[in-house]
Design a protein around this ligand. Structure first.
Ligand code: GLY
Ligand code: MN
Ligand code: MN
Length: 409
């Protein structure tokens, strides 16, 4: 932080459906990362250079009342919020403006939270962060403004031991879910029935929610990368792509497996699957300290390209003469294959930063052939160590024989 500045981070809004029902609550991850508070209407203020020590860290929470207690139950007390966050001074959020005013003119500027993710999709919704940015700039127009996200995106990619434990727990629940799903696949079952098997293990094991709407895509549906209506039936002879994740204590897993509807891969499915598995095994070796992300993606693209030639989908001669700006492999393989994983599924962190120990990445190569009704992606989660990586999802079956055996047992 630049000296003599105040950082203010806010919680997310609770999203409503149409009337008085809610879609649920997902905390702002920067606020959660720094405070551990998972409740709406929360603000965190950090002013390291404050003249008065009591102004250096303040947590603002919602004051409950009888009405809230009757309809929603308990909210955090000041003591509980202090115990969770380790912050001594906890105030009611309705006193925020008054308290900020008392220190605002002592400071030179504010750091404010904003969703800066490269895939940010909140641009068409006014968030609580947007409202605070507007409020601060109107009230204190001559202060300097800075971005909290520049700091948190530096911190969040390196996971602590405690965070790794939670990521492992999310992965472990995913593994259970996949085992349960395997036992319930049969020709003509509905994709959503398989989704329910994942949901069962997720809830049973204390997961918060699905990390994202699971993708249960049978046959050619698997070629639509984010297909997730899951409303088709699984046909005998097809393969199903299952891309799913568990959110546990706000930390996520993100895994993909492909399985045959009838329990036995066809010859062609086996060929494509083996090709993708080869790319996963070889490509994931590059996820280690010192690797430059763009270089990893380039090498993964070469691995996939090689496999596409072997599968008879691309011609080596045509590749040699291709327009480098329009590589031919993109017809069958059109997405990136490693993203940070953490409090967000596509977690924050600059991809210009070299891979470091403590980061967690997915590895997810894929080959999609709509004309053959085959889409195959395989995805694991890797913790980067000093010398390489650890596969947090190693216990999720991935070898062809293992999957076939489990489906028949
Ligand atoms: N499920 C989204 C992804 O794999 O990145
Ligand atoms: Mn995924
Ligand atoms: Mn992913």
């Amino acid at each position: 932080m630049i000296s003599n500045t105040i950082a203010v981070l806010s919680s997310n809004d609770i999203k409503h459906t149409n009337a008085d029902d809610v879609m649920g609550f997902a905390q702002n991850n920067d606020l959660f990362y720094l405070s551990g508070i998972d409740q709406e209407d929360t603000l965190l203020l950090v002013y390291p250079d404050a003249y008065k020590t009591e102004n250096r860290e303040i947590l603002f929470i919602k004051e409950t009342n009888e009405h809230i207690k009757i309809w929603e139950g308990d909210k955090l007390t000041k003591e509980q919020a202090s115990a969770i966050s380790g912050i001594q001074r906890v105030e009611w959020i309705h006193d925020f403006e008054k308290i900020v005013q008392l220190m605002a003119f002592e400071a030179d500027g504010f750091y404010l939270g904003h969703n800066e993710h490269i895939k940010r999709v909140t641009y068409n919704q006014q968030t609580q962060q947007d409202r605070y940015i507007q409020w601060f700039k109107e009230k204190y127009p001559l202060h300097q403004y800075h971005r909290v996200a520049k700091i948190t995106r530096q911190l969040r990619p390196i996971k602590s031991e405690e965070e790794v434990k939670l990521l492992q727990k999310a992965a472990d629940i995913s593994i259970k879910g996949f085992h349960r799903l395997l036992k319930n696949v049969r020709p003509d079952c509905m994709e959503y029935e398989l989704e329910s098997e994942l949901t069962y293990e997720l809830i049973k094991n204390g997961g918060t929610r699905h990390a994202f709407k699971p993708i249960i895509a049978s046959g050619a549906n698997a070629c639509a990368l984010h297909y997730n209506t899951n409303h088709n039936s699984c046909k005998d002879g097809d393969m199903i792509l299952i891309d799913f994740g568990v959110c546990y204590a706000n930390y996520n897993s993100d895994t993909t497996r492909c399985i045959p509807v009838n329990g036995k891969f066809s010859t062609r499915q086996k060929e494509v699957y083996t090709a993708v598995l080869h790319c996963l095994k070889e490509g994931s070796k590059l996820l280690k300290p010192g690797t430059i992300h763009a270089e990893y993606e380039k090498q993964m693209a070469s691995l996939v390209e090689e496999q596409l030639i072997q599968l008879g989908l691309l011609d080596a001669h045509a590749i040699a003469n291709q327009d480098p700006n329009k590589p031919l492999y993109k017809k069958y393989f059109m997405h990136g294959t490693a993203h940070h994983l953490g409090l967000d599924v596509h977690d924050v962190g600059l991809y210009s930063r070299t891979i470091e120990e403590g980061m967690v990445f997915t590895c997810e190569p894929g080959i999609y052939i709509p004309e053959e009704g085959i889409g195959c992606r395989l995805e694991n989660d890797y913790l980067i160590t000093a010398t390489g990586n650890i596969n947090l999802t190693a216990q999720m079956p991935i070898e062809i024989d293992e999957i076939e055996q489990l489906m028949h047992s």
